[in-house]
Design a protein. Structure first.
Length: 361
C-alpha cells in the first residue's frame, strides 16, 4: 500500500521553506555530513524515515512504514510505503528499491544508528542489493549546534525550538510498534492515521532542518543566531574550514556567550592561538578563564608552561602554580590534579634555588 502527497517547493514546514534544502550548495551539505559533499544533484537526494516493529533493531525488526521525500519537477513528493501484513515485506522492498537506487544520497535523523542499518538488514535477508550512497545524518550536526543547551536532541524538540513547529495530537515514537501490532491483531486502522501523520511530519522536518542548517552555514547573520548557536556553527566548520570555525568561536564570545560553554570556547580559541604562536592572544584567553568561579586546571597549566619554557620567567611560573594550588585545594580538586601541580612546584622551586646560588669558582 502506498500513500502519495505532493507539496509546492515553497511549502513552509514550521517557519522554513522546503526549497532551501534543494538549493543548498553541495559543499555546505558536506560540512554537515561525515561523507563530505554529495557528488550528484542535490535535487536527487532522498529524505527518508522509517517506522518499525521495535526500537532495538536486529533481524526480527521490520520496517512496516517507510516514508521518502524527493523532488519531482516543481513538486516535493512524499510517498509512504506501508506493510498491511508482515508477508508484504517483499512488495514494500521492491517498491522502495528503485527509489533508493536512483537517489544520489540519503538524508535521515539518526539514520546511521537505526534506519539505514535496519533497511540494509531487510534488503540482505530478502537477497536484494543494498545501495551504498552518500548520507547526511542530521542528528550529528544537530548535536554540535544545540547539544550543549537543549535537554535532548529529539527531532520533536528541534522542531519546536528551531523550526517553530508544534505537532498536534502526535503519537510518541515509542508507542508506534504497539499500535502496529494492535492493528495486525484487530485489523482496525484508525490509530494508524496518527502513525502516518507522525512519519509524514518526520520526512518534512528532514527537508526543513536541512534547509535551516544550510542557510545558517551560508548566511548566519540572516538567522538571528544566539551566542551558543555561533559556537555550534564553529563546531560544524572546525573540521572543514578551521579558520572560519575559529572566527565563529570569536563571534560567540563577542555576542555574549556565558557560563561553562564560554570557558570551553575560550580554551579552544587559546589552543588555536597557541598553535599560531599568537602568544598575547592566548595569554589573554587563559587568564580570563582563570577568573572563572569554577576551577579548571588547564589554563593554569598553560600559563605556568608559558612562563617557564617560553618567557623563561621561573618566578612568575612558580607564582602561577602556587595560585593554582590554592584554588584547587579550596575547591577540592582531584588528587591527580593537585599532585601534578605539586610536582611542577617542586621542580620550579629547585630550578629557582639553583639559579640563586652563585657558581663556585
Amino acid at each position: 500500500m502506498t500513500v502519495r502527497q505532493e507539496f509546492a517547493l515553497d511549502h513552509r514546514h514550521g517557519g522554513v521553506e522546503l526549497t532551501g534544502a534543494l538549493a543548498a550548495a553541495p559543499e555546505l551539505l558536506g560540512v554537515l555530513s561525515h561523507d563530505g559533499a554529495p557528488a550528484g544533484d542535490i535535487r536527487s537526494l532522498l529524505f527518508l524515515d522509517t517506522e518499525t516493529t521495535g526500537l532495538a533493531g536486529g533481524t526480527g525488526t521490520y520496517a512496516f512504514l517507510v516514508g521518502v521525500g524527493r523532488v519531482e519537477g516543481d513538486r516535493f513528493v512524499l510517498q509512504q510505503f506501508f506493510m498491511r501484513d508482515l508477508d508484504e515485506e517483499p512488495a514494500l522492498l521492491a517498491a522502495i528499491e528503485p527509489l533508493m537506487a536512483d537517489a544520489h544520497g540519503f538524508v535521515t535523523y539518526n539514520g546511521s544508528g537505526f534506519d539505514l542499518p535496519l533497511l540494509e538488514t531487510r534488503f540482505i535477508l530478502a537477497r536484494r542489493r543494498w545501495p551504498e550512497r552518500w548520507h547526511l545524518d542530521l542528528l550529528r550536526p544537530v548535536r554540535r549546534m544545540w547539544g550543549t543547551r537543549l535537554q535532548d536532541c529529539r527531532l520533536a524538540t528541534i522542531e519546536s525550538r528551531v523550526l517553530g513547529l508544534e505537532r498536534e495530537d502526535d503519537v510518541p515514537g515509542a508507542f508506534i510498534p504497539a499500535l502496529y501490532f494492535d492493528y495486525l491483531r484487530r485489523r482496525q486502522p484508525g490509530a494508524l492515521r496518527r502513525v502516518f501523520s507522525h512519519n509524514r511530519a518526520d520526512v518534512l522536518s528532514l527537508a526543513a532542518l536541512t534547509a535551516w542548517l544550510a542557510r545558517a552555514l551560508d548566511r548566519p547573520h540572516d538567522c538571528e543566531l544566539a551566542p551558543h548557536e555561533y559556537a555550534g556553527l564553529a563546531r560544524l566548520w572546525a573540521r572543514a574550514d578551521p579558520e572560519r570555525g575559529y572566527a565563529y568561536y570569536r563571534r560567540a564570545v563577542e555576542a555574549g556567550l556565558s557560563g561553562l560553554e564560554a570557558e570551553r570556547v575560550r580554551l579552544t580559541l587559546a589552543t588555536w592561538e597557541k598553535r599560531q604562536a599568537r602568544w598575547a592572544a592566548a595569554l589573554a584567553l587563559w587568564e580570563t578563564v582563570t577568573e572563572s568561579p569554577v576551577f579548571d586546571p588547564r589554563p593554569w597549566e598553560e600559563l605556568a608552561k608559558f612562563y617557564e619554557h617560553r618567557a623563561r620567567d621561573l618566578a612568575t611560573a612558580r607564582n602561577m602554580v602556587l595560585r593554582a594550588l590554592a584554588r584547587g585545594r579550596a575547591e577540592r580538586a582531584s588528587a591527580r590534579v593537585l599532585d601534578s601541580f605539586d610536582y611542577r612546584l617542586a621542580r620550579l622551586t629547585r630550578r629557582l634555588a639553583r639559579e640563586e646560588v652563585p657558581e663556585l669558582r
